[in-house]
Every structure is written in structure tokens, then in C-alpha cells.
Design a protein around this ligand. Structure first.
Ligand SMILES: [Zn+2]
Length: 210
């Protein structure tokens, strides 16, 4: 009796457990996460990658919507504005301030790096936010040049030339299309729309202005 009972029990346990195992395995099969191996693991997050700006990606149609035809041609089609053009005339008059990518708004240069190279395009000796500038080898037009693009949105900005003998801290000339940049004068803050002359009625004057 005892042995029979034991054997039966063992058989039941074995049978039971194997059934459970089988069911469990069968159950889990379709749910196996095959993607776990290829899951997006941020590689090297410890190093300087955290400084890398987030990419801005748009279609050509989307860029066309937010850019002028000239801006689109230059930044998205690697065009070049003509030397001593309207954008350059503006650039020359601009005082202290910051230059941003006209496409995505990434900071590129400030007036501190601006210098007069006489080439007819806005010139800087260094970027103000180096991670936002990417330099690429460019062999178009039968010459080897270094193209300068916005790291964030890949906008073509211009070219950088080295060792030309300019009296600047870097001896580099970032030759940038004025139309590829948006200038913001130093201290120029966006004024709230409500500061119009006639808009003084809503709840009366609470503040006394002696
Ligand atoms: Zn950009």
C-alpha cells in the first residue's frame, strides 16, 4: 500500500510537473521577446554622446513650408548665396548677438567669432557651439573642401577653410551663407504681445505708478 501510494504519488507529481512544464513552455513560446537582443541600447551613454544634440528630421515638403525658397536651396540643396549679397549686407551691420540655424534653431556662432575676411560671405573663426557643427569632406566642384553642416538637422551652412593666414585665434575661416542663419541681437527678448499702448483696460490699474 505504502509503496503503491508512493509510486502513484511520484507518478502524479512527475506527470503533473511535466504537464505544467509543457504547458508553460508552450504558453510562453509565442510571447518570447525576440526583440530583446536588438532593443535600442544607448551605446556609450557614459561618454560625450550625451552632448550630442538631438536630430531634427523633416521631409523636403516640410522644410519648404518653413523656409523661403532661398533658404531651402542653400540649406537643403547645398546651394550658395552670391557673394556680397543682401544677407551679407545685413550680416555686416549686425552687432553683438547669436547666430542660429535657420532650419532648426541650433546655436552655431556668436558675434564674438565673427571677423572680416573680405570674402563676401559671413565669416567666423570658430563655432560657438562646436557639437552643433559637423564638418564633412566635400569633393564637389572638382576641389577638396570641408563642408559645414548643422549637426542637428543636416542643413548645409557653408565651408570651412584652414591656414589662410588670417589674424584670428584659429586660422580657420567658416565661410557661411547668411541665409542659412537667423540672427538674434544680444539682449533682445521676445516682447509679450500684450504690451500695446491701447491695451490698458482689462481689470483696471492695480499698480500705482508714482
Ligand atoms: Zn539645423
Amino acid at each position: 500500500m505504502k509503496t503503491n501510494g508512493f509510486a502513484l504519488l511520484t507518478a502524479m507529481v512527475v506527470f503533473g510537473s511535466s504537464t505544467v512544464l509543457y504547458l508553460g513552455a508552450d504558453d510562453k513560446k509565442p510571447v518570447v521577446k525576440t526583440g530583446s537582443a536588438t532593443a535600442s541600447k544607448p551605446a556609450g551613454t557614459k561618454s560625450s554622446t550625451s552632448k550630442k544634440p538631438k536630430k531634427v528630421v523633416k521631409t523636403e515638403a516640410q522644410w519648404k513650408k518653413i523656409l523661403t525658397p532661398e533658404q531651402f536651396l542653400i540649406t537643403r540643396k547645398a546651394g550658395t548665396e552670391r557673394a556680397f549679397g543682401a544677407a551679407y549686407a545685413k550680416f555686416k551691420k549686425q552687432g553683438e548677438g547669436t547666430y542660429f540655424c535657420v532650419c532648426c534653431g541650433a546655436e552655431l556662432f556668436t558675434s564674438k567669432q565673427k571677423f572680416n575676411s573680405g570674402c563676401g560671405w559671413p565669416s567666423f573663426y570658430d563655432p560657438s557651439k562646436a557639437p552643433n557643427i559637423t564638418e564633412k569632406r566635400d569633393t564637389s566642384l572638382g576641389a577638396v573642401r570641408t563642408e559645414v553642416v548643422c549637426t542637428v538637422c543636416d542643413a548645409h551652412l557653408g565651408h570651412v577653410f584652414f591656414g589662410e593666414g588670417f589674424n584670428t585665434p584659429t586660422d580657420k575661416r567658416y565661410c557661411i551663407n547668411g541665409a542659412a542663419m537667423r540672427f538674434e541681437a544680444k539682449g533682445a527678448k521676445k516682447k509679450p504681445e500684450g504690451s500695446k499702448k491701447g491695451a490698458v483696460s482689462k481689470s483696471g490699474k492695480k499698480k500705482k505708478s508714482d
